[in-house]
Design a protein around this ligand. Structure first.
Ligand code: AGP
Length: 607
């Protein structure tokens, strides 16, 4: 998730671009750059946070009245000055900034190179500049329109051209883009905070639309040549609220970003009913077929994603999987050989215990695949391959969107392994791919009505302890629900396998100890109902997560959070979301700082 800004007007554009980018740094900050149009296009880019770019501009900021800027969250190509945006065509007559993922960029890049185009970066974005260069025939809008029609994937982009100094063209598909309407000046940006310092009048661009921006105004065009009318909105938020898109906290915003996070994570990985994992290309088919044991190592919430992965990998590949907390794995002299695959899951890519585990595994001869959200992080640099979760920066310390993205990523890895080993039929793989593609919309549906969860939170926010129970794929969901509640509301909570409750935790049960049970449809559903009856016989209230349409559960639980139906293995993603929200609303009632809980850090880079 990157941040883009653009300006056309009578004022010097550099300060406007920099101030806009400052308001978008929460969207990504491994490098930044601007392009300013005067008689020529001047491009200044720097690796690192926006401050690096600002310092570079103190002495020799280019002057001009049309410009574009970008703060990067790398997806393709490591963080570097060469990979920073803006990118230009062969003759530096066109400059482009982009947020999104171009799925077919490799094919387009090869074709452009065959036609003589010279590339200077590893990014997917650069191909856009060269495509426009080829298509430019005196009308920048027409050239951009023709170029984006060849793109597959997601994009929010802004383009300026030396040939058309008073004009900026923007386009969007599956990535946010807005237009700011000023007096004799106009703007584009990824998000409202970037332009609030200049105007509160906003035009929202929809998918498959382009904006033609000049000093005199903004004209919206449809990629399909449909007529477009769009109302100008007036934004009343302050800038900080706008960074949270109007949500009270980053955590709540990120919970609601989960449909997009999952969609962007699986984007481009399922083509024609098959799984493609270019990032795992170091893992040859021959190696995959020889794998006899898999370890998954991680910490905290990422460990829970690993437990979900164990269920899927073992079910689909029949390869035994051991999931280890990284701080244990690194010291227990694990039994590893050259046919061992280790999956290291870390959203930050900088967790000390997980890095140490990766090094221990490699020292013993294992192949290591990382699942991470941060391009160029330590774990991604040292692994043999990385599957990136394109969730965008997660500002809230408590992991939410990165968790569901990790689940989507490890489901994808499990399917890929099964595909190579031939342990799932093509029909089974296609069916599961279809199901995974439906998950983002199911999450979005779920998030439309969260009132039962808020009501439940108000009833139990003063409890001293909670028990979370589940069976099978419901166990990691229960563990994650307990962790979320603990880490942001500071209420004690335990996650447990429901079948294990009678071996000890049942002693905890009493009226003021609510029990949250993951009771989604599955082959152990009846067993879970029995466990619920054992709980209620001890006087505890039951809060159940259940599958839509399950009316039986109502007689067994005081509160039921319904989630959309999926196959049993994939139910972990929808099932965890009500528990994230329950923890969030309880913590809010208790006045806790949900974005920065006490004692916690977003990345634990020490032992
Ligand atoms: C998640 O809510 C926690 N803040 C924490 O457990 C986290 O998952 C853990 O520290 C691992 O972080 P990583 O994914 O960056 O390695």
């Amino acid at each position: 998730m990157c941040g883009i800004v653009g300006y056309v007007g009578p004022r010097d554009t550099v300060p406007i671009l920099i101030n806009g980018l400052k308001r978008l740094e929460y969207r990504g900050y491994d490098s930044a750059g601007i392009a300013v149009l005067n008689s020529e296009i001047s491009i200044v880019r720097r690796l690192g946070k926006l401050k690096e770019l600002e310092n570079a501009l103190v002495e020799n900021a280019p002057s001009g009245f049309v410009g574009i800027g970008h703060t990067r969250w790398a997806t393709h190509g490591k963080p570097s000055e060469e990979n920073a945006h803006p990118h230009s065509d062969c003759s530096r007559e066109i400059a482009v900034v982009h947020n999104g993922i171009i799925e077919n960029y490799m094919l387009l890049k090869e074709e452009l190179q065959l036609r003589g185009h010279v590339f200077t970066s590893q990014t997917d974005t650069e191909i856009i500049a060269h495509l426009i260069e080829e298509k430019y025939d005196g009308d920048l809008l027409a050239a951009v329109k023709s170029a984006v029609k060849e793109l597959r994937g997601s994009f929010a982009l802004a383009v300026i051209s030396k040939h058309e100094p008073g004009r900026l063209i923007a386009a969007r598909k599956d990535s946010p883009l807005i237009c700011g309407i000023g007096k004799g000046e106009n703007f584009i940006a990824s998000d409202i905070p970037a332009i609030l310092g200049c105007t509160r009048s906003v035009l929202l661009l929809e998918d498959n639309e382009l904006a033609e921006v000049t000093c005199d105004g903004v004209k919206i065009h449809s990629l399909d040549d449909l007529h477009v009318e769009r109302e100008i909105l007036t934004i009343h938020w302050d800038a900080e609220a706008a960074e949270k898109c109007g949500y009270e906290d980053f955590m709540l915003k990120e919970i609601h970003e989960q449909p997009l996070a999952v969609r962007e994570t699986i984007r481009g990985r399922f083509l024609d009913g098959r799984v493609t994992l270019d990032e795992a290309s170091n893992l040859t088919d021959d190696m995959v077929k020889k794998v006899s044991k898999i370890f998954v190592v991680a910490c905290g919430t990422s460990y829970h994603a690993g437990l979900v992965g164990k269920n899927a990998i073992e079910k689909w590949t029949r390869v035994p999987v051991e999931v280890d907390i990284a701080s244990e794995f690194r010291y227990r002299d694990p039994i590893i050989d050259s046919n061992t695959l280790v999956v290291a899951i870390s959203q930050s890519g900088e967790t000390a215990d997980t890095i140490a585990s990766l090094r221990e595994a490699k020292k013993k001869g294992a192949k290591v695949i990382a699942i991470s959200n941060v391009v160029g992080s330590t774990i991604t640099r040292e692994a043999d391959g990385t599957i990136y979760t394109h969730a965008g920066p997660e500002i809230g310390v408590a992991a939410t969107k990165t968790l569901v993205s990790q689940m989507a990523a490890i489901y994808t890895l499990a399917l890929y392994l099964a595909q190579v080993r031939g342990t799932l039929s093509q029909a089974e793989i296609s069916k599961t791919i279809h199901e995974l593609n439906e998950i983002p919309d199911k999450i979005a549906t779920l998030l439309q009505d969260i009132s039962p969860i808020k009501k439940c939170a108000s009833e139990f926010s003063n409890c001293k302890s909670f028990l979370f129970l589940g069976r099978g794929i419901g166990v990691p969901v229960a563990l994650e629900g307990a962790l979320k509640l603990k880490e942001i509301s500071y209420i004690h909570a335990e996650g447990y396998a429901a079948g294990e409750m009678k071996h000890g935790p049942i002693a905890l049960l009493e009226k003021d100890v609510p029990v949250v049970v993951v009771a989604t449809k599955g082959h152990t559903y009846e067993k879970v109902i029995s466990n619920i009856q054992e709980v209620r016989a001890r006087g505890s209230f039951v809060i159940a997560v259940a599958t839509e349409g399950d009316s039986e559960i109502k007689q067994h639980a005081e509160h039921v959070f319904y989630v959309p139906e999926t196959s049993e293995l994939l139910s972990a993603i929808p099932a965890v979301i009500p528990l994230q929200l329950l923890a969030y609303y309880i913590a809010k009632i208790r006045g806790c700082d949900v974005d920065q809980p006490r004692n916690l850090a977003k990345s634990v880079t020490v032992e």
